[in-house]
Every structure is written in structure tokens, then in C-alpha cells.
Ligand binder design. Structure first.
Ligand code: ADP
Length: 166
């Protein structure tokens, strides 16, 4: 099944859907969220406002507006609190929810950033393990999708390469 990791700015990828590491208010922010909103244009914030937020561990779909991607799937990852607050399950929920929205929208290709590993401080190695395992399980259960893990730096890419080789 097509699963790959690349070093890329996710806003440049011409896939059916890119996933945003959003916050529960869907109001834009820094990191990958800010990059996606800048590249998509102001229509994206208007579309997000209309959704009225999204609980942690879930996701919402909007058009991609000026992005090469047709859709943005806004997934709200958990803030790391030491691991005892359900963070792993919530992070896995983001990946499952995003793949479910891709299927509902009739999309085939999707790119994920390393959700929660920036300002939300989820340990990047554990997050990569959860991302790869959850996507593999979902694809085994629900069928094929073309999945790219868009890694912003070399350290993140090497974590994903390790997980994908395992
Ligand atoms: P969170 O709030 O979920 O932690 P961040 O945006 O702070 O989200 O970080 C999530 C990950 O996205 C980090 O690994 C960060 O390096 C990465 N990132 C930042 N900008 C981009 C981008 N343009 N494309 C892909 N990944 C990005």
C-alpha cells in the first residue's frame, strides 16, 4: 500500500487533501497552521469560522482554496501533558478522522504533517509511531489511500523512515 515520508512544506503538495495541525477553535495559528492559512488565502479562515470549532482528536474538512490541494482537513491534536491524559488515543483519532473525511469526500491522496509535535510538544518519536501504525490499521480496514507524511525537517523524516521500514 502506498505510504511514504518526504521532506516537504505541506502547502506545496498537489494531493486531494492536506491535513492541518489545527487548534480546537479552528482560528488559525502558528506553525503549519499559519503556513496553510497564508497559502490558502483568507477564504480558508472564513470557512473555518463557519465550522464553529472542532474537538480534540477529531477533524473537519474545508476546500483548499488557493492551495494546490483540493481540500484541507483540519485535525485537532492533543497538547502533550506527560502522556497520562489520553494523548496517544487522541492523536490516533486525528489520523483516523482525517482518513474517514478523505473517503467521504471521494479523495484518494492525502498528506499529513507531524500533528502535535510542534508547540503541542508531543514527543516526535512516539507521534511518528502512532501516525504510521494508525494509518496502516485504517488502510487495512477501509482500503487503499495514497498517504504522504510531509516532514518539515530532516530529524522528523528520519523518524518516519524508521517507522515505515519496521
Ligand atoms: P502542533 O500545534 O500540532 O504541535 P505545529 O504546527 O506547531 O503543530 O507543529 C507540527 C509539525 O508541523 C512540526 O513538526 C513542525 O515542524 C511541522 N511544520 C511546520 N510548518 C510546516 C509546513 N509548512 N509543512 C509541513 N510541516 C510543517
Amino acid at each position: 500500500m502506498p505510504l511514504r515520508a518526504v521532506r516537504a512544506d505541506i502547502t506545496t503538495l498537489a494531493v486531494d487533501a492536506i491535513v492541518n495541525a489545527a487548534n480546537f477553535g479552528l482560528r488559525g495559528g502558528g506553525g503549519v497552521d499559519g503556513a496553510i492559512h497564508r497559502a490558502a488565502g483568507p477564504e480558508l479562515l472564513a470557512a473555518c469560522r463557519a465550522l464553529g470549532g472542532c474537538p480534540t482528536g477529531q477533524a473537519r474538512l474545508t476546500p483548499g482554496f488557493r492551495l494546490p490541494a483540493r481540500f484541507v482537513i483540519h485535525a485537532v491534536g492533543p497538547v502533550w501533558q506527560g502522556g497520562g491524559a489520553g494523548e496517544a488515543a487522541l492523536l490516533a483519532g486525528c489520523y483516523r478522522a482525517a482518513l474517514a473525511l478523505l473517503r467521504e469526500a471521494g479523495g484518494q491522496s492525502i498528506a499529513f504533517p507531524a500533528i502535535s509535535t510542534g508547540v503541542y510538544r508531543f514527543p516526535p518519536d512516539r507521534a511518528a509511531g502512532i501516525a504510521v501504525a494508525t494509518v496502516r490499521e485504517a488502510l487495512a480496514r477501509h482500503g487503499e489511500a495514497d498517504v504522504t507524511f510531509a516532514c518539515f525537517d530532516a530529524a522528523t523524516l528520519s523518524l518516519y523512515d524508521k517507522e515505515l521500514a519496521a
